[in-house]
Write a protein that binds this ligand. Structure first.
Ligand code: GRF
Length: 200
């Protein structure tokens, strides 16, 4: 199964995908895309001889239309947003209908939506006095973090004394749940029944 991964920074989720023994045989990352000209995740991509594309309306970047054209030479089975901070244009979503997923560092539908990314999420969770947090993998639609939920995994944060401690616990969960969901896609185990997703 061929996947493309959208990133905006560190790329630890991309690294988790590349490190996953479960995915080694069945999943190939064929391109890494960012809204940035360069980022740590691109270093990871280059180390793994994976094509990189910078997409957006800045000089030297390609447009989403050009990206769609560039990707036509491949079979793209799944689009993974992993730490990508921008909204994906509706035209791109339409082109990959039902094949775009995102990892969010909280238990949606709580603590999601515009502006809820990275530290902002964990600060909001910490200040809410919640005793659990976790990660969500969901389908991507036209608005932030509102697509149908595919999988969630929670973690006890009752002993966390800062948002940073929550972030650390949740990131470990992300590095587990995202490769697992990608594997389920590669095995054809993802079934959408009405408003719910079954994995079996
Ligand atoms: C992660 O917490 C992810 O859930 C969020 O962006 C953060 C950065 O991830 N979407 P990464 O280290 O760049 O993969």
């Amino acid at each position: 199964m061929n996947i493309i991964v959208f990133v905006s920074g560190r790329g630890s989720n991309l690294q988790a995908i590349l490190n996953s023994k479960e995915l080694k045989e069945s999943v190939k990352v064929i391109a890494v895309i960012s809204d940035k000209f360069d980022c740590q995740a691109f270093d990871t991509a280059r180390k793994n001889s994976i094509n990189t594309f910078s997409v957006g309306d800045k000089p030297g970047f390609i447009s989403y239309d050009e990206l769609i054209t560039a990707l036509q030479q491949y079979t793209v089975d799944l689009v993974v947003l992993a730490g990508f901070l921008k909204l994906i244009p509706a035209k791109f979503i339409l082109n990959f209908k039902g094949k775009i997923i995102n990892i969010h560092p909280a238990l949606l539908p709580s603590f999601g939506g515009k502006g809820m990314y990275g530290k902002n999420v964990h600060k909001a969770v910490f200040e809410s006095s919640a005793k659990i947090s976790g990660a969500t993998v969901h389908f991507v639609d036209e608005t932030f973090d509102t697509g149908t939920i595919i999988a969630q995994q929670c973690v006890d944060i009752s002993d966390c004394k800062s948002p940073e401690e929550i972030a650390e616990k949740v990131l470990k969960i992300e590095h587990n749940i995202l490769p697992n969901v990608i594997k389920s896609f590669s095995e054809g185990k993802i079934k959408i029944i009405g408003k719910r997703v079954l994995i079996n």
